[in-house]
Design a protein around this ligand. Sequence first.
Ligand SMILES: C[S@@+](CC[C@H](N)C(=O)[O-])C[C@H]1O[C@@H](n2cnc3c(N)ncnc32)[C@H](O)[C@@H]1O
Length: 219
Amino acid sequence: MKKHRGKPIVQISDPNIEKYALEATTPESENIKELIASSDNELEYIDMLSGNLVGQLLKMLIRISGAKRVLEIGTFTGYSAIMMAEALPDDGEIITIEMNLRYQELAEKHFKKYDQEQRITLIKGNARQEIPKIPGTFDLVFLDADKLGYSEYYKMCVDKMRSNGILVADNVLWDGTVLRPEDDKSHALDAFNKMVAQDEQVEQVLLPVRDGVNLIRKK
Ligand SMILES: C[S@@+](CC[C@H](N)C(=O)[O-])C[C@H]1O[C@@H](n2cnc3c(N)ncnc32)[C@H](O)[C@@H]1O
């Protein structure tokens, strides 16, 4: 478990189950393996990568829903953007937003190398200012930026989703700390999950996969 999040309350899934699930899941492509190694080499920490269980879930959702236009909030070094690009049809596109300069630089390098079809557009800036400026509607939104902003980003994005569009919010169980929120992030994520549960525009299922994924469909 990650130390930077403070005290974990419960283990969301047994590490042996997680290992077994990963072994039984379609493996990452060679490009993705290289991207992970390159990120690790440059930064020496890659715990912000969403990982293969979430990555393959995103790919699966894109393929079965036929999503063509995807918005990602929180690029990091480009892992999930490249994963999703691998599942997009030829005329698909991903817009991904990142505000950290170092991560922008690494993501740009990875997109140049692994997104030869140029399906990914990186917006360099703060999602709070950038989301309202993006025109059009999205088939799928992957919400994976700062946890304090989840409710705000959700409200900005839900209006930009088509009917039957999907929003995937990562880390919504936050090492189980949402059970007894003590710090700002666990309070914010608990409030987010409760707000979504009350929102009549959507239906949702909170999956205890990895660090918790809230899978939300706009009606
Ligand atoms: C968990 S990481 C994203 C991981 C990435 N989706 C992946 O799976 O590889 C969160 C990222 O969101 C970025 N971020 C946080 N707040 C942001 C904001 N307000 N606008 C844009 N990016 C933000 C951080 O700099 C960080 O790179």
